[in-house]
Design a protein around this ligand. Structure first.
Ligand SMILES: O=C1CCCN[C@@H]1CCCn1cnc2cc(F)c(F)cc2c1=O
Ligand SMILES: [Mg+2]
Length: 485
């Protein structure tokens, strides 16, 4: 069957798999954990890539490209840096049927590829700041259940790697890039995120601090890390001996950042906005924003209809919209409506004989199925306005739903209740590592343990003497907890 057969609230996992395949985003592949990104999803990646690429170039980041392969010696330069990750590393051990002398790793991330050469390039303060980005794929042989976009063994991302003379410059860039990630989610994908800092347990162990944008999937009650912007401090420059001679002629270690977002963002958007008819694409990332469909009538000359469709789509295109005319003569209009609803096209325009007579078109919104008749002369203006309305309405709806899923608690019992009610929990916390580890143990269940998602930058006020919900020690700050992907 071409259309959706599984309802989002009946079986979310199966609904998700069905929608990403039937909408034409994903094709399955015979290497486990790997997926084919078809044009319908790749075009979304390109829109986000174009936005982010333009924005980082505005602040002086340059793109480059480093090799896919990492020597064993480079990858294992610092045991503690990757020991925890070792099981995820994919290795090339043969060429043809000849074993390689030394196995070569496929990059899971590029610190160990880039930083040895950063040490060579950076000598004096005039070589700073060094700010590079690369758009590439990475491979991590994950063992958790793979999910298209959300968790795959190969994925696309950008990874920014920068080096500065001062911590201040690094701190500023961490925040600037995190704001770009917020914009990707909230302004393009219409997905609300919480900006915050990761706990000592959850941060990138090799770094100084990790900032994050956290999304939330109401259907599963799980948080999901949306993108990360790390300040590495001088940890990696110590490790890789990246020194520079500062103005005073003294040798100093550089301050570094690294930041990434991945194709996971597409999966989050599908999960948040999709419905029982299929995808619902936010207009700003919709490959096709408007589809124009003629409604032919028996014994009515269809060429008039087709001319009208063409005229309308020309108008929309000159208004800057991404339009598709569906003039296929081998499908009835009703079939086309379902097909484009499945693909999530935000706005449909129907043109039938009476529309021609009345010099109007019928516009139908994908998000709430509202219909309206629009005079031909007003088509472009109204379509632009409707698409903006759809974008805003998708975000508003998602934000309201997400806000309902954040429970503020002060006590352990309320914390557990909220978790089991598939919510995220904002609770006053003592910020002790062992307390976080303890909460993980105490919440271990078949659906996974709770952990801190972040300490939101926006903190509710914390009255003097408030105690930690888990340890009873004096609370230092509010933390957002939840089960996660
Ligand atoms: O998250 C980012 C932003 C872009 C650059 N990298 C950082 C930290 C990545 C953390 N990380 C994450 N996953 C890894 C998996 C591996 F197999 C491995 F060898 C290393 C890592 C690893 O270092
Ligand atoms: Mg991982």
């Amino acid at each position: 069957k071409l259309g959706m057969t599984i309802k989002k609230n009946d079986n979310f996992g199966d609904w998700y798999s069905e929608v990403v395949v039937k909408s034409g985003m994903i094709e399955y592949y015979d290497v486990s954990g790997c997926y084919i990104l078809r044009p319908w999803s790749y075009a979304i990646w390109e829109i986000l890539k174009d936005f982010f690429d333009a924005e980082i170039k505005k602040i002086g980041i340059q793109n480059s490209y480093f090799p896919l392969f990492v020597s064993e010696q480079a990858l294992t330069k610092e045991k503690d840096h990757i020991e925890g990750f070792a099981p995820e590393v994919a290795w090339v051990t043969k060429s043809g049927n000849t074993d390689l002398e030394v196995p070569i790793a496929i990059r899971p991330t590029s610190e160990t590829v880039m930083y040895p050469v950063f040490a060579k390039w950076i000598r004096g303060h005039r070589d700073l700041p060094l700010r590079l980005n690369q758009w590439c794929n990475v491979v991590r042989w994950e063992f958790k259940h793979p999910t298209p976009f959300i968790r795959s063994r190969e994925f696309l991302w950008q990874e920014g790697h920068t080096a500065f003379a001062t911590k201040k410059e690094a701190d500023v860039e961490v925040e600037t890039v995190l704001e770009l990630y917020r914009r990707i989610y909230e302004d393009y994908l219409a997905v609300p995120v919480v900006k915050g800092i990761k706990s000592e347990v959850e941060k990138f162990a090799g770094g100084l601090y990790t900032t994050t944008v956290e999304a939330f999937i109401p259907n599963t009650g799980r948080g999901i890390q949306g993108a990360t912007s790390h300040c590495l401090g001088q940890n990696f420059s110590k490790m890789f001996e990246i020194h520079f001679e500062d103005e005073k002629g003294e040798r100093a270690l550089v301050w570094q950042n690294s930041w990434a977002f991945t194709t996971r963002v597409i999966g989050v958007m599908v999960m948040i906005h999709g419905d029982d008819k299929g995808l619902v694409l936010p207009p700003r990332v919709a490959t096709v924003q408007v589809v124009v469909i003629p409604v032919p009538y028996k014994n009515v000359d269809s060429s008039v209809m087709l001319d009208a469709c063409h005229e309308v789509s020309q108008k929309l295109e000159s208004a800057g919209l991404r339009v598709k005319e569906d003039t296929r003569d081998n499908y009835p209009p009703g079939w086309k409506y379902s097909d484009w609803e499945l693909k999530g096209v935000p706005l449909r325009i129907e043109i039938g004989p009476k529309d021609i007579e009345n010099k109007q078109v019928r516009m139908v919104r994908r998000d709430n199925f509202e219909k309206e008749d629009v005079p031909l002369d007003n088509v472009a203006e109204r379509a632009v306005a409707l698409l903006d309305e759809i974008q805003a309405s998708l975000f508003k709806k998602a934000k309201e739903e997400r806000d309902l899923c954040i429970k503020e608690v002060l006590k352990w019992d309320d914390f557990i209740m909220a978790l089991n009610d598939k919510k995220m929990v904002l609770a006053p916390w003592c910020d002790d590592v062992e307390v976080e580890e303890d909460v993980k143990k105490r919440t271990k269940g078949d659906t996974g343990a709770a952990k801190t998602l972040c300490m939101p930058f926006e903190q509710p006020d914390l009255p003097e003497g408030t105690l930690c919900f888990a340890s009873g020690k004096p609370a230092k700050r509010w933390a957002l907890w939840g089960r996660s992907y």
